[in-house]
Design a protein around this ligand. Sequence first.
Ligand SMILES: *[C@@H]1O[C@H](CO)[C@@H](O)[C@H](O)[C@H]1NC(C)=O
Ligand SMILES: *[C@@H]1O[C@H](CO)[C@@H](O)[C@H](O)[C@H]1NC(C)=O
Ligand SMILES: *[C@@H]1O[C@H](CO)[C@@H](O)[C@H](O)[C@H]1NC(C)=O
Length: 408
Amino acid sequence: MKLLQIFLTAITIIHFTYSQELFELTTRLDDPRLRFLFHRFRNFVFNSIGKTSYKTKGVFLQDKFPDNMPFPCDIRIGKSREQPKSIHKLRPGDISVVGALGDSLTCSTGAMAERMMELSMENRGLAWSIGGQWNWRNATTLPNILKEFNPSLIGYSFDDSFPFHKASQFNLAEIGAVSNDMPFMARALVKRIKSDRRVNFKYDWKVVTISIGGNDFCSFICLMDKPERLPDMHRISLMKTLRYLKNNLPRAFVNIVSVPHVETVMIYPGKPRSCSFIHRGECACWVGPLANVTKESRERWMKIQQRFIQVEEEVAKSEEFRRLDEFAVMYQPWSTNVSLIVDGKRDLSLLSFDCFHLSQKGNAWGGTALWNNMIEPVNKKTINWYNPLKKFNCPTREHPYIYTYDNS
Ligand SMILES: *[C@@H]1O[C@H](CO)[C@@H](O)[C@H](O)[C@H]1NC(C)=O
Ligand SMILES: *[C@@H]1O[C@H](CO)[C@@H](O)[C@H](O)[C@H]1NC(C)=O
Ligand SMILES: *[C@@H]1O[C@H](CO)[C@@H](O)[C@H](O)[C@H]1NC(C)=O
């Protein structure tokens, strides 16, 4: 038993350290034999750990909305009487389909992890942008909020799963994914939505949330010849992805959310030792022996990430995606000044066991922050996250629509 444990822990570490390499092979993984083996391996890991998201106790859980409290918003304002024809008149309840592209942050990796091994489980049902396990009271994710306005919403992940499992639904995120993988993932997403019989492909309104870059910053930036080129490469990849969605996914509203600043979770005094150890594998460009990390190198990466985030906002505002009836892109900035300091103290329960990924609680704060951003006008969007019980926006009679750059 002990031996198995050690073996699995070893796999977990390898799995984390080398997931990048595996995903560099996106094209080679298209080889069915390799993909088969890869899925076999991942299924083996999945079954060895078992589902972890059904825990009911732990510091990693959010504060729940009390049972006797009604849903905070008036759901009658939140849904149009007739399906709108313009994306600038879209209300939350008009959304029928959700989807997501991204990395482990969108996989909700290790949200319920209490042990090293459990960090390999993807608690997708709890993912901030795309999880639909339980309901808004105890899993305050974007889909669980949207479900209150439209109970027939589909696309959210049901519970623990990998992207090739049915329960992942329209969550195409992959651990280790980088910016460059986005166009490929977008094609896979469209294929999955199109082939789903529950979807009226041309008619249904869809919301897709994209969040990518953590691996570019943690694992690749220090291996690049010209790291300063990363933001421009990101721009190309994002434009390609958005153009593809615009031309191939009718009636889509795309959210772009930046990965939080790496230094927020990497650099602070008193980091638990177990986390320092894991971070060496997860974020080798910032800590650990792989790259020659110095204060100067970190500052350099920080500047590049700042530019990367600016690029995401610039791309979202591109003329080519403006004033269209059935497609819009919005940059949602909640993560740009996100802090772990809550009431004057660092709250590590927002993070998973590895002090890197989000816990269930962190996912609930993130899901609510994304929801809040969607119904806040441009230039008035909140740039931090809060306890869902303390800050929960609602559409108003004056402006019941999800904000776009053209109806703000
Ligand atoms: C959340 O609520 C569901 C249904 O009400 C329940 O089955 C589940 O155990 C709850 N989970 C937690 C962590 O409270
Ligand atoms: C680290 O620094 C040493 C000495 O400056 C250099 O020889 C080595 O190539 C560097 N390694 C990396 C990964 O940059
Ligand atoms: C960002 O957060 C810090 C605290 O973490 C705060 O001092 C600062 O004012 C915030 N910036 C903005 C623009 O709100």
